[in-house]
Design a binder for this molecule. Structure first.
Ligand SMILES: C[S@@+](CC[C@H](N)C(=O)[O-])C[C@H]1O[C@@H](n2cnc3c(N)ncnc32)[C@H](O)[C@@H]1O
Length: 406
């Protein structure tokens, strides 16, 4: 069997695992084949890494699989604990900036085969940079092939919350990891120069030294090299008591960026994710993964502050009744269009003209939807409708407010 094959296992491949040992691996392989979406390499990689990690942390009750991809590592760690001689009801949270379709397919296949695992793993789409674990040593952070700086960021998250940690790093690059290695140096009190040698082994050694300097008890393991050359597993148990408080580090680097597509902000960023809180993870795992957001400003000359606030209330009233045209955007899910959009009005600023002393209010109109793409035209149409409606109201009530710049 070619252990490092990137070919996706399909249902017809299940027969190839008929004699595989142990029985749990055989069952798991069949389930992965049934999913039809995971490469063979990942099955062996995650199985072997999970076994090494489980052996080192057999009593760990809760796991956070960082940069989880399909989430297979999390599922296997849960399975191993629950099927051990003295079963442990281990749970896990999988975190990745992008939850692939295969993660959902895998969850369905696994819970079909092991129904008692329903709700054992929750997958949250978010950045590992937001991760904290309020129960510290109670949550084991694991990461398989969190590339380059991601592995450093997993270590930083572990250090910050004083979690046990197990990483199998890959894609080492001194240049790309400069910021996160400096953060590790800062956190551990090692001189930054200690990281300034660039090969894979020395970067890993620096990671080990940083954990050790903080009192972590280090152990190492590996998986077969014919699965991957990046087969080294670094594990650390935090010291029982810390006399010094661990600084919370702001990790600089590429993490946590909000993707911008023109004016549309896709992906609502989670600022802080407490992976120790299973209810929180469960709630976040159900949120829509993408949200479409557009905003524009409107500025009005007004008589006084009271009028400025009345206009805000009117804008609020009008936008709640605005419907996205059926033709616009691509509906990702069949939902009533008006229920799909949420509008929010805020007063951005008040301005007094230096010579005329005239007062102006600027309003930020924000529209968002998780089911319908809000186009630029939708935003422009809403703007036009709001301006027209306010103009008619001003005429009707002989009110003295007017759009700035007209
Ligand atoms: C090489 S894959 C490893 C996936 C999985 N652990 C495995 O072994 O199959 C790296 C993963 O990191 C994820 N990733 C990249 N940046 C991230 C971030 N800031 N926070 C969380 N996940 C991130 C990617 O989406 C990708 O799934």
């Amino acid at each position: 069997m070619n252990l490092n094959s990137r070919r996706k296992l399909k249902p017809k491949d299940a027969d190839r695992f008929a004699d595989a040992e142990p029985a749990l691996f055989r069952e798991l392989a069949k389930v992965v084949c049934a999913t039809g979406m995971l490469p063979q390499k990942e099955l062996h990689e995650c199985w072997q890494m999970a076994n090494v990690v489980h052996k080192t942390f057999p009593e760990s009750l809760h796991i956070a699989d960082m940069a989880a991809g399909h989430g297979l590592l999390a599922w296997i760690l849960v399975l191993l604990a629950r099927s051990s001689e003295i079963p442990i009801l281990r749970t896990a949270v999988a975190v990745d900036i992008n939850r692939p379709k295969s993660a959902d397919a895998l969850a369905v296949s696994i819970t079909d085969r092991w129904p008692n695992l329903v709700d054992a793993v929750h997958y949250v789409e978010g950045s590992i940079d937001a991760v904290i674990a309020e129960d510290g040593p109670g949550t084991l952070l694991v990461a398989a092939h969190a590339c380059g700086s991601l592995s450093d960021r997993v270590l930083l998250a572990a250090i910050t919350s004083r979690c046990p940690v197990a990483i199998m790093p890959c894609c080492h690059s001194l240049r790309k990891q400069a910021a996160t290695l400096s953060s590790l140096a800062l956190a551990s009190g090692l001189p930054p120069s200690a990281a300034a040698v660039g090969n894979t082994a020395s970067i890993d050694q620096f990671r080990i030294d940083a954990l050790a300097a903080l009192g972590y008890q280090i152990s190492e393991g590996s998986i077969q090299t014919d699965i991957t050359p990046f087969n080294r597993i670094i594990m650390g148990k935090p010291p029982r008591e810390t006399s010094h408080s661990v600084p919370v580090h702001q990790v600089s680097g590429s993490g946590g960026r909000v993707k911008r597509l023109g004016e549309i902000r896709a992906f609502e960023k989670i600022q802080s994710l407490n992976v120790a809180n299973i209810e929180e993870a469960q709630a976040l795992s159900k949120r829509p993964s993408r949200e479409w957001l557009r905003s524009f400003d409107l500025s009005y000359w007004v008589d006084d502050e009271a009028m400025g606030h009345r206009i805000a209330a009117t804008l609020d009233f009008l936008t709640q009744r605005f419907q996205l045209p059926q033709s616009s955007g691509h509906s990702a899910a069949p939902a009533p269009v008006d229920a799909a959009m949420v509008a929010n009005i805020t007063i951005r600023d008040q301005y007094i003209h230096p010579t005329s002393q005239r007062l102006a209010f600027t309003y930020r109109i924000e529209i968002r939807s998780s089911t319908v793409v809000i186009t630029k035209d939708d935003a422009a149409l809403l703007r036009k409708k709001l301006c027209r409606a306010l103009r008619s109201l001003a005429q009707m009530h002989h009110a003295n407010f007017a759009l700035r710049g007209e």
